[in-house]
Design a protein around this ligand. Sequence first.
Ligand code: 13P
Length: 254
Amino acid sequence: MMRIPFIAGNWKMNTTAAEAEKLVHDMLDRLDRIEEVEKVLCPPFISLVTIRELLKGSSIKLGAQNMWFETKGAYTGEISPLMLRESCEFVILGHSERRRYFGETDEIINKKIKAALENKLKPILCVGERLEENEAGRTEEVIGRQLNQDLNQVKPTHNIVIAYEPIWAIGTGKAASGEQAAATIKFIRDILAELWNKGIAQDLRILYGGSVTSHNIAEFISQPEIDGALVGGSSLEAEEFLSIVNQTAEIKGD
Ligand code: 13P
């Protein structure tokens, strides 16, 4: 199976509803026409329904940035997989900002992954090490543990995307090098082969995330191991995001 390149924009807690609509308007037609890449926008919850309508009939897909693992009930302020399923195909889970600021453990992330899959949502599972772990040469140990726990008792599935996001590269302007990212992504693929099987590990898309811009995307995407990117800050500017997706289409299409 050929791995279709994948670029997702994680808007995080940015854009009012009006700004979100404008951002989609500014790139909709041009983004829609790029055929060789799977394109996903992950706006804030409050804009999902409006953006779903704007994207109707286009090739651009929608993702949420988080969810709770129960389908309904007394969980004030939370959003369930059933609610997301009406609008989204994807959901980002295990993002380091959720782990760090909102105390999400691998056990919670594991429950969320299972709930997403049971409810026909495709998780974009984020893993990544902290700076001190990287400097201590513990990257593989940390990522191996995250994957084993986050995917504990999850049956092999094609309906998942993995994103390698080293925490020290997120929002810092200090991206990993293409080679560094490719080596860790190769390691992630090996873990998936052990955990599930070689076939699925070869089929699954594994992305890099962390300070990706139109200036460095080529370095990542030209690595055969890297299937795309999870883009934060640079997904908030239409021209920048379009350039990232266009370069991905060109490089992976060669
Ligand atoms: P930046 O691209 O802003 O570094 O964010 C990366 C990220 O966390 C995407 O999920």
